[in-house]
Design a protein around this ligand. Structure first.
Ligand SMILES: NC(=O)c1ccc[n+]([C@@H]2O[C@H](COP(=O)([O-])OP(=O)(O)OC[C@H]3O[C@@H](n4cnc5c(N)ncnc54)[C@H](O)[C@@H]3O)[C@@H](O)[C@H]2O)c1
Length: 349
């Protein structure tokens, strides 16, 4: 390995540009021993802006893998597996976007390819202040009795999601539950799991394409005895941003998350109540995890999942969310589809 690790990127669409921004923040901060190297996208029109953001342009995915120690895979889901195989064959540590695969079997196959190599999955909401603060507050709310996740988004093939692959089951695998709400399955499992059983229903109101559902409703049994519900939809309300509303009801406290990124987050315990707006969430985040190098800009490291990945690789620590954690979310999602198809309650234990 070179003295500085070299980062590489495959896929320069929506999330590839987002990671580029975050990777750039961490690289420019200069505290982690890595630098931006090569980037590639099959669509050449996507590449020029990346040069301004610090990448050199490669002629192929293989070229990126050959020259990278750290590889970000940010392509439609169907292409994750071949690119993970390529990256692992070239000795890269791999950051692969979620969902890992188009179904549980493909995700498990990717897990086998990665085996014990350093790898992280783009379940990025765990790093968002509302969820980090909620996670920290969980021990204060007693036993979790019930959780409600309501998640809605306009059909993501337009506006900032201006690409059609999410409407193609060959590329996406399925619809809103896998493509969007695997985040919710992961968050429920992380905050209050493990999830022991799943009952699911799915629906297609908008006829996006056969196999691309726009509604899913899951009930999930938590190991502690409580129950989580998830209602998630894709709709035609293009003026509305993607939004999650969450209530976590415990015997001693209640947590309400009104927006997944900005908050506010309400924490009610016994007689006390606090409402944390975005600035207070940032401050609380820095109490939970102070800036690694004394910095106060959360996007440089603490809330930057790409910096977290680089640091884990540098320190030879296991990156998180790990492949196994992502597979747990895949198992929940798959159980939701299996339950919807069979009408059965699916056990995960
Ligand atoms: N973590 C998150 O919150 C989050 C958010 C959005 C998307 N995603 C995931 O990221 C992945 C990409 O989504 P997106 O929104 O960026 O899609 P996108 O359509 O905006 O971008 C995908 C890019 O990959 C390129 N591409 C396709 N096949 C390729 C290949 N074989 N080699 C190189 N480039 C290729 C396309 O040309 C396109 O530029 C998906 O798996 C999606 O589920 C995750």
């Amino acid at each position: 390995m070179a003295e500085k690790l070299r980062a590489g990127l495959i896929g320069a669409g929506l999330i590839g540009k987002f990671h580029t921004f975050m990777i750039g923040r961490a690289a420019r901060a200069g505290k982690l021993p890595f630098e931006m190297g090569l980037a590639f996208d099959v669509d050449e029109t996507k590449l020029p802006p990346l040069v301004d953001m610090g990448w050199e342009i490669a002629g192929s995915a293989e070229e990126v893998c050959e020259s990278s120690d750290l590889l970000w895979i940010c392509v439609p889901t169907a292409h994750h597996k071949p690119l993970v195989e390529l990256g692992i064959a070239h000795g890269c540590a791999v950051f692969c976007e979620k969902p890992l695969g188009r179904d549980l079997n493909e995700a498990l196959a990717i897990g086998k390819v990665i085996a014990d190599r350093p790898a992280q999955v783009g379940l990025v909401l765990r790093t968002a202040p509302p969820f980090r603060v909620a996670k920290e507050a969980m021990p204060r709310i007693g036993e979790v009795q019930a959780i409600s996740f309501i998640d809605d988004q306009f059909v993501p093939v337009q506006k900032q999601y201006a690409s059609g692959w999410r409407a193609d089951p060959e590329l996406a695998g399925s619809g809103v539950l896998l493509e969007h709400s695997i985040h919710d399955a992961d968050l429920i499992n992380w905050l209050a799991g493990p999830v022991n059983w799943v009952i699911g229903e799915t629906g297609s109101f908008l006829n996006i394409a056969p196999g691309i559902e726009d509604m899913a409703s899951l009930q999930m049994g938590l190991a502690g005895g409580g129950v989580a519900s998830l209602n998630t939809t894709w709709h035609n309300v293009t003026g509305r941003e993607s939004s999650r509303h969450i209530q976590i009801l415990g015997t001693e406290g209640v947590i309400v998350i009104r927006h997944e990124v900005q908050g506010p987050v309400e924490i009610h315990v016994g007689d006390t109540s606090e409402v944390l707006e975005l600035g207070q969430l940032f401050a609380r985040m820095l109490e939970i995890e102070p800036g690694w190098y004394g910095e106060t800009d959360l996007l440089e490291h603490v809330c930057n999942e790409d910096a977290r990945f680089v640091r884990a690789v540098v320190e030879k620590a296991p990156p998180t969310p790990s492949i196994e954690e992502a597979l747990e979310a895949h198992r929940i999602v798959q159980a939701g589809y299996d339950s919807a198809r069979t009408g059965e309650r699916i056990s995960l234990v």
